[in-house]
Design a protein around this ligand. Structure first.
Ligand code: SF4
Length: 150
């Protein structure tokens, strides 16, 4: 089974209430090969919600307690992001997931790039919190633009 960020499947779970539909990924779900996940909603965040970014490190460092996730008002959202990642991990185990296709640059779902924590649109290399927990379990990570499941 493949985990896919829900927003890539047309679910309106983005922070702004929208989605990032990729029709070819929705096809995978319709074929029974994929399940949707949204770690931020699973962590208890409302939709719409304030955008968040990782400060002081990457998603792996958030899991290790060495970096934080903050919202645009500077409020600490780390606990919610870690809870969401743990809930996604439960889905991964229960569904026998071996791969995940995740939305790049999200503080939860980003695989190779992240915003730099300044809320100015600048990106750096870095992994999201959920992506890090999945990678730690040996699940292969892909982005919406570069994956082998066409
Ligand atoms: S947490 Fe992931 S699945 Fe949810 S809206 Fe953000 S990028 Fe999409």
């Amino acid at each position: 089974m493949i985990l896919i960020s829900g927003c890539l499947l047309g679910i309106n779970c983005r922070y702004n209430g929208g989605n990032n539909l990729k029709p070819e990924l929705l096809k995978l779900m319709k074929e029974g090969k994929a399940v949707p996940i949204c770690p931020e909603q699973l962590g208890g965040a409302p939709t719409p919600r304030l955008p968040c970014e990782i400060v002081g490190g990457n998603g792996l460092e958030v899991l290790e307690g060495r970096a934080k996730v903050i919202n645009k008002l500077g409020e600490d959202a780390t606990e919610l992001f870690v809870k969401g990642a743990e809930e996604v991990l439960k889905i991964a185990v229960a569904s026998g997931a071996y791969a995940a296709i995740l939305k790049e640059r999200s503080p939860s779902c980003g695989v190779r790039e992240a915003y730099d924590g300044s809320f100015t649109g600048k990106t750096i290399s870095g992994i999201g919190v959920t992506s890090a927990i999945l990678r730690n379990k040996g699940i292969k990570l892909f982005t919406e633009d570069k994956h082998p499941y066409r």
